[in-house]
Design a protein around this ligand. Structure first.
Ligand code: PLP
Length: 497
């Protein structure tokens, strides 16, 4: 059946207003209009056109004029590219599109499945959110001393600080870096940020020219790929091998280095897999970086959340001859994700990166400084008693919750999982043949709609197959038990359509 102007415009308007067939059917019924899914399918395929009343309903539901939708009004000549303001179809209203720089940027940790969960919550449905690594809503409290010290210093923190941060904060970070064996980190090599997030963005913006390549793990914490892409670079994903405890596959890294590769990113401990990389794997990565003169970015925000006596090794400590940037912060170890404090430390061969460091300084100056009250508690947080240590041993919440979730997942037919060694995530594998899964977003939506549990699908972490999802195991065990029971019930009968 040939596409008609009406069917084409209907498709276009549905896509632009993000409404699906079921949404139109529901809206029609709410307005006392008779409209079935098969009718909408017929309209979309160009087989029939609606009667006048239904045409008016569709136009109003889709926010376009009836004349435009029916095809009576000719299409306006396109006034712009996607990067410019356009006129909304048939209404003459000027609308504003997002920059085309965002076309390939993905950040699904807070993406469309989450939007659906929010819609459900607005309609009064309780959703169990296992999608974000945000400790505070799950009852993890900031150490009292940190809150006390921030309160006491608030009135001293009313002004901007130096762009890189307060002396006291950077001194404490420098001492922490010394303990971790980072070579030649001076006070001027440390930058505080509004979370590690801001610094990832800043580093990618300062480094990548259009078409420059950067090696990023798959799966990854997707902000890395998003910021590299936004900066105009090309994120080249190297595989982390589930069969080898999710360690980076050194052969794959080597195969993916090209003359345009500038840097390699590692996330260690890893989000979403919970892997902690052993020294020999890190040495292998350093060898490849050395042979190809790559910079190393190492995101170590979970380094104080390692379990089972696993010792975290900072890759920069193994690479004094290479330029390394190591990221860390207090969002996870001190359960203060909302305070927004992270940092990065430059180490190793800084001479090779003189010009890049100029760029970092420029961008750091342009954002003036990071949140000063949060900088003021870095010294308190990094010194003395580390309450996070109580969470990661048997009897501690993070440890016990990990044990529970891991065992519960192992008991569900059709799921396999590598036990995470750090952080508070696990990245289970689904037997796609058993469940006929071809689309992991659909899997996440189906689980959400049927059991009101929100997880993030593997593709949200730049994982290419539809066979994984991430669970955040921050909730207490009774809540996790309910979630795992529901997941098991869901998968007992699940077959993707
Ligand atoms: N890096 C990793 C690996 C993360 O998982 C997260 C947050 O989940 C961040 C960085 C961002 O942390 P921040 O709160 O410091 O911006």
């Amino acid at each position: 059946m040939p596409e008609t102007t009406f069917s084409y415009r209907l498709k276009q308007a549905m896509s632009e207003s993000d409404l699906k067939q079921v949404d139109l059917v529901r809206m029609a019924s709410e307005q006392g209009q008779k409209l079935g899914k098969s009718q909408v399918s017929q309209y979309l395929s160009g087989r029939t056109v609606p009667r006048a009343g239904l045409m008016a309903f569709l136009a109003s539901a889709l926010g376009v004029s009836e004349d435009w939708l029916s095809g009576a009004e000719p299409e306006q000549a396109p006034t712009s590219t996607t990067a410019q303001a356009t006129h909304e179809r048939g209404t003459g209203m000027r609308t504003f599109n997002k920059s085309s720089k965002l076309d390939n940027v993905l950040y699904d940790v807070r993406g469309p499945v989450v939007d659906e969960a929010n819609r459900m919550e607005e309609d009064g449905t309780q959703v169990l959110k296992l999608n974000i690594g945000n400790p505070a809503p799950f009852g993890f409290r900031t150490p009292d001393e940190v809150v006390y010290d921030m309160r006491n210093q608030l009135t001293d923190c009313e002004g901007y600080s130096a762009s890189k941060g307060l002396f006291s904060a950077r001194k404490a970070i420098m001492q922490y870096d010394q303990i971790k064996g980072l070579p030649n980190v001076g006070m001027n090599d440390i930058y505080t940020g509004n979370g590690v997030s801001e610094l990832i963005n800043l580093c990618m913006s300062a480094l990548l020219d259009s078409g420059d390549e950067i090696l990023i793990p798959s799966p990854d914490y997707p902000l890395w790929t998003a910021c590299a892409t936004l900066a105009g670079g090309v994120a080249v994903h190297y595989a982390c091998d589930e069969a080898a405890d999710w360690n980076p596959d050194l052969d794959d890294i080597r195969a993916k280095v090209s003359p345009r590769t500038k840097a390699i990113v590692i996330i260690n401990p890893n989000n979403p897999t919970g892997a902690v990389y052993p020294r020999d794997v890190l040495e292998g990565i350093v060898r490849i970086a050395r042979e190809n003169q790559l910079m190393i970015f190492s995101d170590e925000i979970y380094d104080r959340l390692c379990m089972d006596d696993v010792k975290h090794v900072s890759i920069a400590s193994l690479a004094p001859d290479l330029f390394c940037v190591t990221f860390n912060g207090l969002s996870k170890s001190h359960m203060i994700a909302g305070f927004r404090i992270g940092w990065m430390s430059l180490s190793g061969n800084k001479r090779a990166a003189r010009d890049y460091i100029d760029g970092l300084n420029m961008l750091s100056n342009m954002r003036i400084c990071s949140n000063v009250p949060a900088q003021a508690i870095v010294q308190t947080a990094l010194g003395g008693y580390q309450s996070v240590n109580d969470y990661i041993v048997p009897g501690g919440r993070v440890y016990d919750q990990r044990e529970f979730v891991y065992q519960a997942l192992c008991d569900i037919p059709g799921i396999s999982v590598v036990k995470p060694k750090a952080a508070f995530y696990t990245f289970p594998k689904l037997d796609v043949k058993k469940f006929n899964i071809t689309d992991d977003v659909q899997f996440a939506v189906d689980l959400l709609k049927e059991k009101h549990i929100l997880v993030v699908q593997g593709s949200g972490f730049n994982w290419a197959e539809p066979d994984h999802f991430r669970i955040v195991y921050l909730p207490r065990i009774p809540v996790l038990r309910e979630a795992m029971t529901k997941l098991g019930d869901f998968l007992a009968t699940y077959q993707q359509a």
